[in-house]
Structure formats: structure tokens, C-alpha cells
Ligand binder design. Structure first.
Ligand SMILES: Nc1ncnc2c1ncn2[C@@H]1O[C@H](COP(=O)(O)OP(=O)(O)OP(=O)(O)O)[C@@H](O)[C@H]1O
Ligand SMILES: Cc1cn([C@H]2C[C@H](O)[C@@H](COP(=O)(O)O)O2)c(=O)[nH]c1=O
Length: 219
């Protein structure tokens, strides 16, 4: 038996990281071995690419470079970290994956959808998540959370990055993109209303995840 690959998606500031950490804690208490990781990032090379992509100084970055940099970061992450962890029967919880490239680069920026899919199939050697939770909130709510988080810190790393700084129209296209992804993949994707308390959200995710684990163990 191989491990389980669970991804968290949704607009910036929807609460993905918060929920992913809560789920990891619950699963560890149940005795599961859990690997927590994120994209872009998760390995030394992928993190270096992350800093290039997200640096607000890089205003001149062309769409093609953006698509390929995310995919390059992902290729290293999948082969160096995710696949070995899955082979070792671990549960991998990943903050964003290919759906983010579909929502942000294809639906948000307007990059060709099939090209984005194809480049990412190559980058990930066809790896797909077992389950994806899309945390869904109105754009005004997610952007308000982001600004509140940035205001609460003095470190530059917590300021808004190049993608977060884009306008409301862009973020609205990204959210609509996530809705389309959910409609296209009902077997894999669960849309979670994230405009609620953290406890209510994690309860829903945990209940679905428990069902998923039972199915996986019975195979
Ligand atoms: N259910 C919630 N209600 C209100 N605030 C929340 C909720 N969940 C998370 N937050 C707060 O919103 C901010 C963004 O949360 P978090 O970092 O988890 O989001 P994210 O989706 O991972 O963001 P990013 O896309 O930037 O990685 C944080 O300050 C967090 O404490
Ligand atoms: C994986 C991936 C991410 N993005 C965007 C989404 C966010 O704005 C940043 C990542 O930062 P986070 O705050 O750690 O979520 O990058 C993207 O546009 N395309 C992708 O494939």
C-alpha cells in the first residue's frame, strides 16, 4: 500500500495553512505519519525558485516564465520529497499543488489551459492528489485576512508577495477558476466553506478525511 496525498487549495488568505496544520495535528494524534509541505517550495531548490517567483521586485516576469517556474519548483518537490514520502506509506499534506497553476496561471493570468496542464503533467510525472480541499471564501474576506496578517507583522517575509498584490479582478478570476476545477473533478475535490470559524472548518475536513482513510485502508 502507498501513502495518501492530500492537497489544500483556495484563494490567498483563505486559511489553507491554518487548516492544514490543524489536520496534521489530528492525524498525528491518531498515530499516522504525516509530512507537511507547501508549494512553491518544500525542497532547497524549490524554495529558491519560490523566492524568485514571489519577489515583488520582479514586475517584469512574463506569463510563460511564471508557468514554467512554478512547474520547475514542483518537479523538484514531487521527485525529491513527495513521491519518496508516499512510497514510505506516509500521509503527505501539501499547501497548494497543480490546481493552483490551473487557477492562477490559466484562469487568473489567461495562460493556455491545455499547455498549463501538459507542462504540469510532465513536471509531476502525472502525480495527482487523492483528495483536494478547496477552501472557499469571498475575495473581500480572503484579501481582508491577508492585509490583517501583513499588518500584524514587521518582517518583510510576511508582507504581500507579487501574486497577492494583484488586483481584485485577478483574484476573482482565480476563485472562479477553483470553482471550475471543483466542478471538473467531483471525485477528488471537496469545496469547504471557509467563511466560518476555524473549528467548524476543521471538523468538516476531518470527517471527510476519516472516510477517505477508511476507504484507503480497506483497499
Ligand atoms: N476561519 C478563519 N476565520 C478568520 N481568520 C482566519 C481563519 N482561518 C485563518 N484565519 C486567519 O487568516 C489569515 C490567513 O490564514 P492562513 O495563513 O492560514 O491562510 P492561507 O490561505 O494559507 O494564506 P496564503 O494563501 O497566504 O498562504 C491568518 O492571519 C489566519 O490567522
Ligand atoms: C503553487 C502555486 C502557487 N501560486 C501562487 C499562489 C500564492 O499567491 C503564491 C504562493 O504563496 P502562498 O501564500 O504560500 O500560498 O503563489 C500560483 O500562482 N501558482 C502555483 O502553481
Amino acid at each position: 500500500m502507498e501513502g495518501i496525498f492530500i492537497t489544500f487549495e483556495g484563494p490567498d488568505g483563505a486559511g489553507k495553512t491554518t487548516q492544514l496544520r490543524r489536520l496534521a495535528e489530528e492525524l498525528r494524534q491518531m498515530g499516522h505519519e504525516v509530512v507537511v509541505t507547501r508549494e512553491p517550495g518544500g525542497t532547497a531548490i524549490s524554495d529558491k525558485i519560490r523566492s524568485i517567483i514571489l519577489d515583488p521586485v520582479h514586475e517584469e516576469m512574463v506569463d510563460q516564465a511564471e508557468v514554467l517556474l512554478y512547474a520547475a519548483s514542483r518537479a523538484q518537490h514531487v521527485h525529491e520529497l513527495i513521491l519518496p514520502a508516499l512510497k514510505a506509506n506516509k500521509i503527505v499534506l501539501c499547501d497548494r499543488f497543480i490546481d493552483a497553476s490551473i487557477a492562477y496561471q490559466a484562469y487568473g493570468l489567461g495562460a493556455d489551459l491545455e499547455t498549463v496542464r501538459e507542462v504540469n503533467r510532465f513536471a509531476s510525472s502525472g502525480l495527482q492528489a487523492t483528495r483536494t480541499y478547496i477552501l472557499d471564501v469571498p475575495v473581500e474576506v480572503s484579501l481582508a485576512r491577508l492585509h490583517q496578517r501583513a499588518a500584524g507583522t514587521e518582517t518583510a517575509a510576511q508582507q504581500l508577495d507579487r501574486i497577492e498584490q494583484k488586483n481584485v479582478e485577478y483574484h476573482s478570476r482565480v476563485r472562479a477558476g477553483f470553482h471550475q476545477i471543483a466542478a471538473d473533478h467531483p471525485e477528488r475535490v471537496r469545496v469547504v466553506n471557509a467563511d466560518r470559524s476555524q473549528d467548524e472548518i476543521v471538523a468538516d475536513i476531518l470527517s471527510d478525511c476519516n472516510r477517505l482513510l477508511k476507504e484507503h485502508l480497506s483497499v
